[in-house]
Design a protein around this ligand. Structure first.
Ligand SMILES: Nc1ncnc2c1ncn2[C@@H]1O[C@H](COP(=O)(O)OP(=O)(O)O)[C@@H](O)[C@H]1O
Ligand SMILES: [Mg+2]
Length: 255
């Protein structure tokens, strides 16, 4: 069977009643998979990045995350940005001021594609410095394929805010260490760090959703860092770990 046929079949499968069972899923399906997105999915399938696309793990404001399987049979996470509902103005503000990207365009689709590329690059940079994030696999147009964070059966890892954390001190220390590495070595600020964007796998934190991450000399980097630290301090408190924002900040910033 040729790859094209296989991809065709799989895509048809994933859009069929079988894969999109509930009304909710169907609505999300047709909303996410506009013609261009479908074409991108076909390309990724033909290149071996995707063999099967299962239902959504999450349906967010701007993107939906699906569980997929690549040609080698590994689970992958597939984040698909919606071109219609993305906050394109915010994206532009964050992209401007980041020397890695030059987008003068006001074309919504192009801005979203750059945003996805930014998430890919931020994940890659975090990985390179040893921060535990999903390993990015490929970014194409409005689709990001990355390592699936979950168990061998394909159950996604829980969010920190819902997880049963056994060693809270270890998790908090790890997170502070990661933010420190991100800031001092990778020269990045996450910008939306909280229990909503941290997964717990094997009692260890995995930081996700780093698309809005900015370089440390971006005009809003300091403000975002302070917000991240504030969120962490609150999340730690819920875990029974009391550490003030100032204390966290002094651990992160090397004076
Ligand atoms: N690599 C991944 N592996 C497993 N689950 C993931 C992965 N990335 C995201 N998710 C799940 O999808 C949800 C939404 O992903 P996220 O990147 O935070 O997008 P959003 O912009 O919608 O917040 C997460 O809360 C998490 O449950
Ligand atoms: Mg998120």
């Amino acid at each position: 069977m040729s790859k094209i046929t296989k991809a065709d079949e799989d895509l048809r499968k994933m859009l069929s009643e079988k894969r999109m069972k509930s009304d909710d899923d169907r609505r999300v399906g047709s909303e996410v998979f506009d013609k261009k997105t479908l074409e991108t999915l076909y390309k990724l399938a033909n290149q071996g990045y995707l063999q099967i696309l299962y239902g959504a793990i999450s349906t967010g404001k701007e993107a939906n995350v699906f569980k997929g399987v690549d040609d080698d049979g590994n689970f992958v996470a597939v984040k698909i940005y919606r071109v219609t509902t993305s906050d394109f103005k915010k994206m532009q503000d964050y992209i401007q001021g980041d020397p890695r990207f030059k987008v003068k365009t006001s074309n919504k689709r192009q801005v979203i594609y750059t945003w996805v590329n930014k998430e890919f690059r931020n994940l890659k940079r975090a990985c390179e410095f040893g921060v535990r994030v999903p390993r990015p696999i490929v970014a194409k147009n409005n689709i990001l394929v990355m390592e699936f964070i979950g168990d061998a059966e394909g159950n996604p890892a829980p969010l920190l805010k819902n997880a049963d954390v056994h060693d809270a001190k270890k998790v908090a220390d790890k997170l502070i260490e990661y933010v420190k590495i991100l800031y001092n070595k990778a020269k990045l600020v996450h910008g939306d760090l909280s229990g909503f964007n941290i997964l717990i796998k094997d009692d260890e934190p995995v930081i996700i959703d780093i698309s809005q991450g900015v370089v440390v000399d971006h005009p809003i980097a300091e403000e975002l860092l302070n917000r991240d630290i504030g969120n962490l301090s609150k999340d730690f408190k819920k875990l029974g770990i009391h550490i003030s924002e100032d204390e966290i900040k002094s651990k992160i910033i090397d004076f």
